[in-house]
Design a protein around this ligand. Structure first.
Ligand SMILES: Nc1nc2c([nH]c(=O)n2[C@H]2C[C@H](O)[C@@H](COP(=O)(O)OP(=O)(O)OP(=O)(O)O)O2)c(=O)[nH]1
Length: 137
C-alpha cells in the first residue's frame, strides 16, 4: 500500500509558486519540493494539507483543489502524491521547521529538485506554454 501524501502548490498574486527545501533529518534533506506531508489516519487530502501547511508554514488555507495525483517508488517508500493548487490563505508565512522557502517562476532557480517533484514543474510548464528546461540538474 502506498503512503498518501498531500502537497500544496501555493500561488501568489503574481503567479509565482512557493517551493521549500526538505529540512535536515528527513530523507532527501536539502532537496526542493512543495510543502506538505503524509496523511494521518482518517484524514482527507484537504484536511491533511490544511494541517501540514499550518504546522510547517503557519498559514491557514481557504480551500484546496486537487490538481494531479502521482504514484512514485522511492527506495524508502512507495508514495502517492496528491498535488493541490492553493490560491488563498490567511496568516503570514513563517518557516516553522527551519526549512528554506522561495517564490519561484519557470525555470526555477532552486536545486536540487526532489525526483517526485519534477513532474509538477512539467505540468506547470504545459499550463503556461513554457518551453525549455524547467530546472537545472
Ligand atoms: N511534501 C512533499 N513530499 C514530496 C514531494 N515530492 C515527493 O516525492 N515527496 C515525497 C517525499 C516523502 O517520501 C513523502 C513526504 O513525506 P514527508 O517525510 O515529507 O512527510 P511528513 O512531513 O509527514 O514527514 P514525517 O512526519 O515522516 O517527518 O513524499 C513534494 O513535492 N512535497
Amino acid at each position: 500500500m502506498p503512503v498518501d501524501v498531500a502537497v500544496g502548490v501555493l500561488f501568489d498574486a503574481q503567479g509565482r509558486f512557493l517551493m521549500t527545501s526538505r529540512p535536515d533529518g528527513k530523507v532527501y534533506a536539502g532537496y526542493w519540493e512543495f510543502p506538505g506531508g503524509k496523511l494521518e489516519a482518517g484524514e482527507t487530502v484537504e484536511q491533511a494539507l490544511r494541517r501540514e501547511l499550518q504546522e510547517e508554514l503557519g498559514i491557514c488555507i481557504a480551500d484546496a483543489q486537487l490538481w494531479k495525483t502521482e504514484l512514485i517508488d522511492y527506495p524508502h517508500a512507495r508514495v502517492r502524491l496528491h498535488f493541490c493548487k492553493v490560491h488563498a490563505w490567511s496568516g503570514e508565512l513563517e518557516m516553522r521547521e527551519r526549512q528554506a522557502a522561495r517564490w519561484q517562476m519557470l525555470p526555477v532557480e532552486v536545486r536540487p529538485i526532489l525526483p517526485g517533484t519534477v513532474p509538477v514543474l512539467n505540468w506547470l510548464a504545459e499550463e503556461q506554454a513554457f518551453s525549455g528546461s524547467t530546472h537545472a540538474d
